[in-house]
Structures are given as structure tokens and as C-alpha cells.
Design a protein around this ligand. Sequence first.
Ligand code: ARG
Length: 590
Amino acid sequence: VGVMENLALKLKSIGLEVIPRFPGAFPATSPVDIYRAHIADKVGHITGVKPTIVHDAIQWTQTLDKGDCLLPIPALRIRGKMLDEVARSIESQFSSIFLQARRTHPTRPAFNSGTRSRYGHNPSHGLHHPSDSSSGRKKIIMEFGSPNIAKPFHAGHLRSTIIGGFLANLYEHSGWEVPRMNYLGDWGKQYGVLAVGFNQFGSAEALERDPVGHLFDVYVNARAEERQVTELEAEAATIQAVSVDERARQYFKLMCEGDNEALGLWKKFRDLSIIKYKATFARLNIHVDEYAGESQIKKSSMEEAAQILEEKGLSEASQGAVLVDLTQYSKKLGKAIVRKRGGTSIYLTRDIGAVFERYDKYHYDKMIYVIVAQQDLHMAQLFKLIEVMGRKDLADKLQHINFGMVAGMSTRKGTVMKTNETKYQQIEDPEKTADTLAISAILVQDMTGKRINGYTFDMDRMTSFEGDTGPYLQYAHARVCSIVRKTGVDPSKLGHADFTLLTEKHAIDLVRMLAQWPDVFQNTYKTQEPVTVLTYLFKMTHALSSSYDHLNILKSEPNLKNARLALYSSARHVIHNGMALLGLSPLERM
Ligand code: ARG
């Protein structure tokens, strides 16, 4: 309320008495929403078109020289009038108020906010009832990462983690409560292979040292052995040795029956792997609230699901297995196997059980699964099955966020560059800084295209300080930090700087760009694409860097210096907030 009153006063002083309300608009926190509300209101009056229609038709411009907002007249769908005629009447009747507003007191709404560290965030999305902040926040489970404990964390898991981390931030800054979850691949016959292999090739010491790597070696060795035995078998049909495969099957059977010894080894693998995952996620600045996993799904919930499918006449027995024919809903959904021969559960049944168990535990309002597009069919089958089981209410809460594959990722050692000794010494922890830079490089490369597009891992390009890369963003942030720092002025004291002194084109353009940030955030909430944020950040940092030559600070007289400093300091906040949303840790020095 305070923010609104403050804002109302400021706007009144420039001749804008009321801010018309529109659904999905947040004038208290988003300057662009103020522009849009007024344009819609005025144009509504002038043309007789419903203001909400005008409001929805307003678009962004590609570049600032084309203005801040764009209103395509055809989108107003006015009959019986020439487009040009409508445009002219809007222009002539509309222009007064906005030009006047601009001429007498330039508005600088981006600076008004006393909550800069949250500038751009919009916590109202997560409220159960937008008008009532006391009713508690909505809850979204973000499931991402989810590696398989027998195999290394691969590029797909990394990408899921990067995108999931970003989405978790996005929803959190939009007011949702966001439990972050990993659903480990930790169940199935392959864990029998692992255990059998471990007895033969494993070492307790190597397991402690590098659990994920060692388990992978064990798995590979066991598989190789398995192949060898099978070849021998083909040669001499009388071979005595029991194949790895059979021993693994028996071992997994013991696990399923709850055999303590069998489960003990498996649990050790799991626990040690989780310790390693935690460290990996910490490097990426991500924290996981729950390590769930396929092993944790209760038999009873899967049986209950099977029963419902049967009672509804949806499932049918087929050669000892059970399947549900989903082609009646859509050809491409195919027939989903929900039970294998021999009755063991499978990936799909465990996911069905998880939907219900998580609902009982969390009562989520929404659940997002961040999983590679190769599992599109699996997820589509899962969602359909939940729906036909009579739980459309739950199915509607589920969303699969998919993404394309990463090619060409290999291990290669990098070297820390020490081109400037003095600078190097000013950095508190050079190793950590190098790590942060490297991670920024990877993250930005990953987020540069739309999620569904795959890409090829390119170490040289992503680590460059030129072009739209992670290191470039870090550099842009560190540079503006350094400029602000060198003046020795406390940026929080700049709220009363005289912003009317910001008259140059570079200054005004930068203000206009900063004013867009809440709207970009808003749009990101719709697109769920990190690239929406990145595109904006690069545009904005380019505008910032080209303004340095024109808007000098150190040589300016005090009032002008303060106004420009406030501008740079605001830019710093926006870069910081944008980077943090993406999961990058902004560096203050580098
Ligand atoms: N562990 C799986 C894999 O690596 C991903 C799990 C995705 N989540 C799910 N609920 N199915 O392929």
C-alpha cells in the first residue's frame, strides 16, 4: 500500500491522476504496466474500444528508437474506419498527456523503489487469492536433476539442473513456495548388477573417495563381464557359471523382498552418491530439499493405482504383462505397459505412485518435471494415465518442461589465467572466482537458446569475454560495481538525487531499459524460458557499456555525479537480479 500511495503521489505530480486497473498488470512494481494502463485507458476513450482489448494488444518494441510500447491498430478490430484514420485520431488526441508528462518531469520510476534487491520480482502470482495476502502461498514442486546412482551425472542431468534451478528461482520470486526435489534413479535390476559387480570389482576405499565415479567403473566392469559370459555361453552351451545377469536378478529380488544385507549395500551406494550430488549442486548454487527416488515409492500406492486402472476397465493383460491402450485418446500415446511379466514395477508405475504420494505429502498446487525431451512420451503417458484414473484435477497440476540434448561435452582441463597480477591479488579467493566464472560460462551457454533446442558444447566460445557469454555478463557486473565503488558514495543515499539532470539520450535510454525489467520478469513467468531474461540482460548491458563514455562520473559536478551514480547503481541492481534469477553468482571483482 505504501508503495502504491507513494507512486500515486509521484504520478499525480506529473498529471496522471489515477492508474487504471487491468488484470495481470502490476503498476506498483512495473513501470511498463503504468504506461500500458494509461495507453489502454486513453485509447479506449478515444476509439470506443474496450480498454482491456487495447491493453492486450499493446506490444514491446524491438529497440528503444521505436518507442517503449507499440500499438498495432489492426489489433483493435475497429470496423468501418480506415486504419490510418484511427491512428491519426489517436495521435492527435492522445499525445498531449504523455508529451507533457515527459517534458516537464521525466519519470524515473525505476529508482522509486525502496526494495531494489527485489526490483522486478512479482510475489503476487503465488498468492492463493491475489487480493488476500494472508491466505498463504501456493506450492509448486520443482523436480529436476534426478541422476541415476549407478551412472555418472551426464549432460542431460546437468541441463535439467540448470533449467530447474532457474525455474525454482522464477517461481520463488513470483511468490510461490518451491520445494526442490531430485527423483533419483535408484531402483531396478541395474542395482543388482552394481552390487554383484561391487563384490567382484569394488573397493570400499575407492567408493568413499569418489562414489559416483567408482560405482560407474564397477557398473561398466560388471556389464563387460556379463557380455563376455554370454559370448562364452553361446560357444559352449554347457557353461556352469551363473551369469552376472542372473545373479543381478536374484540380488534385486532380495532387495525387493526387503533383505537387510542386500539393501544395506545398496543404501550405502545411495547415501554416498547423495553426498557427492550435494557438493555438485552447491557449486551450482542450488540446494535440494528432498532426495526422493524410485526406490521410495510404496508398493501399496502402485497396487492401488493398478486396481483403479483395472476397475475402470482400462488395463488389459497381455502375455503376462499388463498394459493400458492409450491410443483411444491419442494415437501417439501408444500402449503403456504398467506392469512387466513377473509382476515387477517399472519406471512408469513408479512415476504414477509418486504423483499420488507427493500430493499426500505436499498438497502441491502445481508440479513441474524438468526432463529431457526424449522422455516426452513417457511423461505424456503418465499425465494421461492420471487423468483417466479419474484424477484430472491432479493431472492438470502437472507440467513437463522438456529440453533438447547437449552434444560434445568432454572433460578437458582449463587453466586459470593470471594476466594482471595486481588485479589477481585484489581478488579474495581466485580459485573460487575462476570456478564461478567457469560455471557462468556453462550456464549462459545452456540458456542462450530456447530450451527445446539442443546445442554443442563449445568450450572456447562460452569462455570468451567477448560476445554474449557468461564471462561477459560477469565482467559487465564487476565493471559497474567497480565504478560505483570508486566514487566512495553509499548508493543507498542516492534516493534523492536530482534525476532531472539525466537528460542525455544515453541516460534516458538506459532508464527506459531499466524500467522494462519487471515486465521482462513478468514475460519470463509466461515463457518459462531463461533466454527471455538473457536476451534482455545482454541488450541492457550493451546499453550500459556504451553509456560510460557519455556519462562520466568522476569529472562531473556533485549533483550530476550523484544522479549518474544512481543510474549506474540501479543498473547494477538489475544485472544482479537478472543474473541471480538465472542462477549465476554475480562477481563484484574479477
Ligand atoms: N532418472 C531419470 C533419468 O535419468 C530421470 C527422472 C525424471 N523424473 C521422473 N519423475 N521420471 O532418465
